[in-house]
Design a protein around this ligand. Structure first.
Ligand code: 13P
Ligand code: SF4
Length: 299
């Protein structure tokens, strides 16, 4: 039996659903019931009625699915898949920042552990960060951990944003020179950029998008060739969704190694043996849910 068939049989027999992030290896798309960005995946996970969610992505995303749908069994095929940026802040650091800025509230990027989220007031994703922050009544906001996304929010808000020092190594390495080179090569091509990139790079580009917003913008804009400034796995998704257009990477070696850990064999095995389950403390889940729910309400 082919591995695709095996996985589909297991999904049916075990009443399981497979969710995958846009950056996952292309072969994983074939077994996914839904592929999307962090916000879409969180929303879909909260509504899953199946018994098991197989989450093809990194740990914080699977944790978010568990927090939003705690009665379901959530499995992470690549058990070691983490997010290096999520590990740049923790609950202790958030408490220290609160002490330093007692009048501020704390907004966290969804790219944080469940433990970190327990200390935060509201969560955001790349798709809704500006909207969520601007709809808060408080004026002073500590933003963790991504200094680049935080700085993009600060530019698009009247709020006082206190930045942390985290960053995504995949996006932070996209440089001004990368934009200059691609502009010279493709002078008429619009550049889409993910807001985890440096502020000075974002300022040079044409559309600031979450991964899934890149798909909708690419469909809408009147351009045949489009430059994509994010993790290169996104190009496979764009080519699938918008086959009539040409997509060029802004940086061809922008690769998230953790996102690429998942294999079809891992999906099959974790489903067959129901292993790599996300287990979180009940109190942690309840506390972390408060800031995620607040985001979903505001976005
Ligand atoms: P999106 O929410 O845009 O999918 O981004 C998640 C992420 O980890 C980007 O590096
Ligand atoms: Fe984390 Fe960056 Fe990988 Fe996204 S691309 S999961 S932010 S390390």
């Amino acid at each position: 039996m082919s591995i695709l068939k095996e996985i589909n049989e297991l999904k049916k027999n075990k009443n399981a659903i497979v969710l995958a992030h846009n950056y996952q290896p292309e072969e994983i798309y074939q077994v996914a019931d839904f592929v999307g960005d962090s916000l879409e995946l969180a929303k879909v996970a909260s509504e899953v009625v199946a018994d098991i969610i197989v989450f093809c992505g990194v740990r914080f995303m699977a944790e978010t699915a568990k927090i939003l749908n705690p009665r379901k069994k959530v499995l992470l095929p690549a058990a070691n898949a983490g997010c290096q940026m999520a590990d740049m802040v923790n609950a202790e650091k958030v408490r220290e920042l609160r002490e330093k800025f007692p009048n501020a509230i704390v907004a966290c990027y969804v790219n944080t552990t469940a433990e970190t989220k327990t200390e935060c007031d509201v969560c955001v994703t790349s798709a809704n960060a500006v909207k969520v922050i601007n709809s808060l009544t408080q004026n002073q906001i500590i933003f963790v951990p991504d200094k680049n996304l935080g700085s993009f929010v600060a530019k698009n808000s009247k709020k006082e944003i206190i930045l942390a020092d985290g960053y995504c190594y995949v996006h932070d390495c996209i440089s001004i020179e990368d934009v200059e080179i691609v502009r010279e090569q493709y002078p008429d091509a619009p550049i889409l950029i993910h807001p985890e990139s440096k502020r000075e790079v974002v300022d040079m580009c044409d559309y600031v998008c979450s991964t899934s917003q890149m798909i909708s913008v690419s469909k809408e804009i009147d351009a045949q060739t489009i430059v994509v400034g994010t993790e290169v796995g996104m190009l496979a998704k764009l080519r699938q969704e918008v086959p009539e257009k040409i997509f060029v990477p802004l940086k061809s070696n922008a690769l998230c190694s953790d996102m690429k850990l998942t294999t079809l064999e891992m999906v099959r095995d974790c489903l067959a043996f129901e292993k790599n389950e996300i287990i979180l403390d009940k109190e942690v889940m309840e506390k972390a849910k408060v800031c995620i729910d607040r985001m979903l309400l505001l976005s």
